[in-house]
Design a protein around this ligand. Structure first.
Ligand code: SAM
Length: 287
């Protein structure tokens, strides 16, 4: 099987065929000689050839076995290129991107159907990354750079915005691909921050606060928060009052700073509740 087999819709195979766009993506990614690069879904290698020339280490994760095998043959004489024939949603990214002084650049034209899931997986390894240059469907890209209080603003905006400075590079028209998708795409740059944009307490709590706040877009913030797991232990009226946030608001109107205030309060409250519970348990155990 060769790299020219018919593209698979199930794997989101819309291959870049526009040399001008390919060059612009490579310029935007700004890979310096010798840097470490991860490409997710190299496909037929439109970006890969350029990345292999510049990088000191190139990791390719491709789920299409035939394409992965094809890349292995292409790069068998290039020991700095490693091909991983796997689903990017199943691999252990922490193990693949070891914590070395040299951080990783991620470049990818992501398959649309899994782009949000991939973003969350990359979010969990943000401290291993130097930069990400990603092609996403425009609608997903718009969400990531949306300000509060607009319909595009959501969970991905807030969670990724905590650890990345995200900016839009340029829009890509469907004609630049084979086969052409029905929608526009966009190239975004993600620069990982050395410090989070806001102090959130426990990050797992932060994620729970944000996810529950957006869980029912038409409901009030108070009703949304009540659906969260932490609401079994925490009174949400007390939470909102302590944080001076009006419970009748919608989750999408909250800024990242307001989410962080809620998250810090919940973190602290849960700490106190669990400390008390542990002390009581120890007491019962001792007596
Ligand atoms: N980078 C190439 C380009 O720009 O022409 C291909 C991009 S195409 C939109 C997405 C690529 O991701 C395809 O090669 C597809 O086989 C691969 N892919 C799809 N799902 C994947 C997964 N779960 N893990 C790894 N690769 C995947």
């Amino acid at each position: 099987m060769s790299a020219t087999r018919r593209p698979l819709k199930s794997l989101g195979q819309n291959f870049l065929v526009d040399g001008n766009i390919i060059n612009r993506i490579i310029q935007t990614a700004d890979i310096k000689t010798g840097q470490a690069v991860l490409e997710i879904g190299p496909g037929r290698g439109a970006l890969t050839t350029h990345l292999a020339e510049r990088s000191g280490r190139l990791l390719l994760i491709e789920f299409d076995h035939a394409l992965a095998a094809w890349h292995r043959v292409q790069y068998q004489q290039k020991p700095h290129v490693t091909v991983i024939d796997a689903d990017v949603l199943k691999v252990d990214l922490e193990a693949l991107l070891p914590e070395t002084p040299q951080k990783w650049n991620v470049v990818a034209n992501l398959p649309y159907n899994i782009s949000t899931e991939v973003l969350f997986r990359l979010y969990h390894v943000h401290e291993r990354l130097a930069r990400m240059t990603l092609m996403l469907q425009k609608e997903v890209g718009d969400r990531l750079v949306a300000p509060p209080d607009c319909s595009a603003y959501g969970v991905t905006t807030v969670l990724l915005g905590l650890w990345f400075d995200i900016s839009r590079a340029f829009v890509v028209h469907p004609d630049s691909f084979h086969p052409s998708p029905k929608i526009d795409s966009v190239i975004l740059n993600f620069i990982p921050r050395t410090e989070a944009r806001a102090e959130v307490g426990d990050e797992e709590v932060f994620r729970a606060v944000v996810k529950s706040s957006f869980s029912m877009r038409r409901k009030t913030l108070y009703n949304c928060l009540k659906s969260a797991e932490f609401a079994k232990e925490i009174d949400c009226s007390e939470l909102l009052e302590a944080c001076s946030i009006e419970g009748r608001r919608r989750g999408e109107t909250l800024s990242l700073e307001e989410f962080s205030v809620l998250s810090r309060w919940v973190t602290e409250k849960l700490r106190v509740i669990h400390r008390k519970a542990n002390t009581a348990e120890e007491y019962c155990h001792d007596t």
